[in-house]
Ligand binder design. Structure first.
Ligand code: SF4
Length: 376
């Protein structure tokens, strides 16, 4: 029986996001940990490693492929209704006890996390995305920063056939990885998990690199949306949410902020599930701080108008939503309000082209498939 680690040790290529140090060490720049790694050792993420003074990185597989409505990522100001062809690899640089993708993110830390990798080429994945009618290809499910070399290779294929690209990320970036991604990534979602450095340290990270990344992403012209999973008793005090929202306003009041409902998962089973009242309270704090686009997620139909996009100038309904379903679309071809003409920030198509699905589904082509189980 081949172990997952043995398979992944073979599914690699020399990385691009690193420098060589003295005594055979390398320093990786793919995430904010910036690990110095001695020969024969792995980084904190456990999927990038030093062999003979060179950094090797994940390559040539997908640990999960799914067709998601783009609203699930969530991107609300980018091609509403579009199909987002979503792929992940394995591993993460954090270890959040409530991770909803722990089967892929914690694959090399937790023996219970088993998600067999499938052999994949960028061409196969992009052809599949086209066949299924996707408009966007998204790296998600594990932390995409730590597998950026592979994501960029897939995105180069995607761009060549006119598809947009996106990252769904914890935002623990570095200036080097953002420069590397800038030519190839259009949309970038950051999961801002807390505004308290002590909480981030519990999850295996630090707050400051994430704040720096959000500021840089916006300044560099990525389309950025922010998500905060609201966990009762962990990150939902009025004071913490106020400071978090004020930080976002200082970057741009046009950053969409999604506050989403927690449900008990993985190793975090103590806090209560988030209620609609909790989401409304957090959203009100965001709006009072000056954010123009605040959304409440994961509780469809229970949060009033907080699933919809309204014009911040005149209040006109622009995009109606129920969960991932687009129920109304009134933006003009130029992406502005039809009532008062105000421009609405985002990446808009010239018209709403309908919605292929409001629910995630597994691409049948992958079940038949080109993608070969690597035999774990
Ligand atoms: S991706 Fe992050 S955790 Fe992994 S080796 Fe590089 S710096 Fe370390």
């Amino acid at each position: 029986m081949v172990t997952l680690k043995e398979v992944l040790d073979q599914s690699v290529r020399e990385g691009e996001l690193y420098e060589k140090l003295d005594r055979g060490f390398v320093r990786c720049f793919a995430c904010g940990h910036c690990c110095p790694i001695p020969d024969g050792q792995v980084g904190v993420c456990k999927v990038r490693f030093n062999r003979g003074g060179n950094l090797f990185v994940p390559w040539g597989y997908a640990a999960g492929v799914q067709c998601d409505p783009i609203e699930k990522k969530p991107f609300f100001h980018a091609y509403p209704g579009a199909l987002a062809y979503s792929f992940g690899m394995l591993g993460c640089d954090l270890h959040c006890a409530y991770c909803q993708n722990w089967v892929t993110s914690q694959a090399l830390r937790d023996p219970a996390a088993v998600s067999p990798p499938l052999q994949a080429t960028p061409e196969e994945m992009v052809n599949d995305a086209l066949r299924l009618g996707a408009k966007v290809v998204v790296s998600t499910y594990n932390e995409p920063l730590i597998t950026s070399e592979w994501a960029v290779t897939v995105f180069k294929e995607a761009r060549a056939v006119g598809l947009a690209t996106g990252y769904v990320s914890n935002g623990n970036g570095t200036p080097q990885v953002l420069e590397y991604l800038r030519p190839w990534v259009d949309l970038y979602k950051v999961d801002l998990k807390s505004f308290d450095d002590r909480h981030y340290r519990q999850l295996g990270g630090r707050l400051q690199p994430i704040l720096d990344t959000i500021r840089r992403l916006h300044a560099m012209g990525f389309w950025v949306e922010i998500v905060t999973l609201l966990i009762p008793g962990f990150n939902d005090s009025d004071d913490e949410l106020k400071r978090l929202a004020e930080f976002l306003v200082s970057v741009s009041p046009d950053l969409p902020w999604h506050v989403t409902a927690f449900h008990q998962d993985y190793k975090m089973t103590d806090p209560a599930d988030t209620s609609p009242t909790d989401l409304r309270r957090a959203a009100a704090i965001g709006k009072k701080a000056g954010l123009r686009y605040v959304y409440a997620g994961n509780l469809p139909g229970q949060v009033g108008d907080l699933e919809n996009t309204r014009c911040p100038g005149c209040g006109e309904l622009l995009i109606g939503r129920y969960g991932y379903l687009i129920t109304d679309y009134r933006l003009t071809a130029a992406g502005s309000c039809p009532a008062c003409g105000a421009g609405i920030p985002g990446r808009w198509a010239s018209s709403f082209g309908g919605q292929i699905t409001a629910y995630p589904f597994l691409p049948r082509t992958h079940r038949r498939s080109n993608l070969v189980n690597l035999g774990v």
